[in-house]
Structures are given as C-alpha cells and as structure tokens.
Design a protein around this ligand. Sequence first.
Ligand SMILES: [Zn+2]
Length: 385
Amino acid sequence: MNLQSSKDILTALVGFDTVSRNSNLDLIAWVEQYLDGLGVAHERIYDETGKKSNLWATVGPAAVPGYILSGHTDVVPVDDQTWTNDPFTLTERDGKLYGRGATDMKGYVACCLAAVPDMLKADLKKPLHLAFSYDEEVGCFGVRRMIAKMPERPAQPLACFVGEPTGMDVVIGHKGKRSFKVVVHGHTCHSSLAPMGVNAVEYAARVIAKIREISDRHAKSGAREALYDVPFTTGHTGYLHGGTALNIVPDVATFEFEFRMIAADKSDVLAQEVIDYAKNVLEPEMKAVAPEAGFDFQGRSEFAGLDTPEDAEVTQLAKQLSGRNSHSKVAYGTEGGLFSQAGIPTVVIGPGLIDQAHKADEFIAVNELAKCGAFLDRLIAHCAR
Ligand SMILES: [Zn+2]
C-alpha cells in the first residue's frame, strides 16, 4: 500500500460530512469514481430512503471464496465539541492526522482503497471484497442489508476483517448489546390524592431498580470472560424523564436501558426478566387503579456479540498477517458480531486507537496507516498464493 496515497484518500474521505444523520452518497460517489479509474466494478446497496448506501466491490475472482474488508463510512457528530481545526479538513501535525473519522474509521477505509492498485497487480487467486457501510454508529443498520445479500453472491467469503481501531491488535470478541425505550403510562391526579393516581415516575423507578438488581447479580455471581475490562454482563439506565410539578401525580415517564452481554448471557433472557417483572408484577397493580396504565417496551437497538475462537483459522491468519502473537477482546461493539452471526468467521483489526474515537481532535497516527498498509500487503500476498 502506498502511504501517501492512503493519506490523500483519507483527506478526501474526511472532507465529506458523513455524520450518521446525513447522506453518505457524496462520499460513495467519490469512492466509485476512484474505483472506476482503476477499472474495479462496484455495487450500491441503498437504505429504504435512497439517501444512504453501502458500497460493495470485489477485486479478484468473485466466484472463489475470499476475504471481506469491512468499514463504515459514517461518523459521530461534532456537536458541542471544541476542535482546534475544522473537523472535516484533515490536518497533519507531528505525525498525526486530525479530523472527524480519522481513526473511526475512515483511516482503515482509506488504507483499503489505497491498496486496490496493489490488489490489481497481484493476480489474486482469492478475491478481496470492500464492504463499506452506512449507519454503523447508530446501530449497525447499513451492514445488515449488505449481509442479507451475501447468499446471492457467487461464493461465500472465508473470513472478514472489520477495521475498527484496535492499534492493529487482533480482537476476537466484543460484547453484544440490546437496548429498549420504555414509556410508562400512569394516571394523573392531585398529589394529595396520590393513591387514586398511578405514579408513572415511581413505576419507572421500580423497573429501573429491577434492571440494577439484575446487573448487580451478574457483577456478583454471573459468568465471566477474563479478557474484558469489565469481565461480566452489565446493565444500565441512561435517562429518565417524567413529571411536571410536585403537586401533580405524573401520568407519563420515559426511560432507556441497555444490557451489554458476554457470550454466555443471552439478551432475550435478560430482557424477558425485566419485561416479566413490569408486565406480570407491576402492571396488574397499576391497572387495578387505572385500566389505561401500563408499560410500553420499544426495542431500540440490538447487535450481536463477537466470540471468535482463539484457534479459529481467521484468528491465526490475522496474527500471522499482523505479526502478533496475542489477541484481545474489547468493550465496544462492531459490525463483526453481525458478520459472525451470518456464519462468516470474523476478527476486528484496524489502525488507530479507540481512545481517539468520538472525541474532539480525533486523530490517527501516520505510522498506524503504515502498519495497516503492511497488514494489507501481506493479505494481498496471501491471496495471490
Ligand atoms: Zn467505528
């Protein structure tokens, strides 16, 4: 991979404001033009609005099993962050490239694109697929459409490398996540008549306490996976809104909660315990006072965990290509869980550090791009054999 070329491409990619709420089509069109210049065919896989698209491209023989290079094109917002320079103008200082998405994860996408000329020269026996998604940061939505199309492809991939920033460490696992929004409907009245009302804030609090109880149980005696910083399943409530004044029994309250699961714990079981408590224990009590009272659980987001075995072929190959002997598991989620769920062996390995992601003055070190380039060079050689 040509390092200068990866920097030039990263400059172009960072220049597109692809915060998840925006369209990513300008960036996609730029990448298509680049691939057209190299004679590489590509395919869009749109969202339901037609305003965002995944991009799929194959270099090498498509009818043979190969490897997926997976990256997302969207980035998190810069709202309320103080940046030294314009976040959408890549700026180099002291061997670091600053810009929104530099590390998460346009740096990897730029490396993959910069490696395409080498892929073309290499006479690949196994193909390399570029799989660039939209809406990763808001729940890994885009990639699901790309994965859904996999069975129609002429050959199923051998493995997938998701290039989220790991400092080129081989990451074989991350937790899954499941989250809900809950609307609690109560019954309002003057607070002096409290027992005649159904206090939505109080019932929300009781469900939240249940979520905490489940979390505490997992912290104390739940299954363990030592490679995680927090080696057990966690739960958490992110916000609670409800009520207007002290003398009014609140008739509505809203909160959101999540579970982040290690592989041993199933999201359905965790969610059901909360829902059962709300529906079977609390709701009859509420309805006895006011029939319209109750809970409305709305699923928010869900992504599968990643749990690739240490001795899997993809783990061994990633170690060989990156020159590492170790592997790790990370706290954040990736598209890797979905590829893995679809039966594609997957590891997460990419340039830059996750500590840099989502912050003001996000950057990627130039030598991280170089390390990723070396990884891709070895992967290309592996595929040319
Ligand atoms: Zn990311």
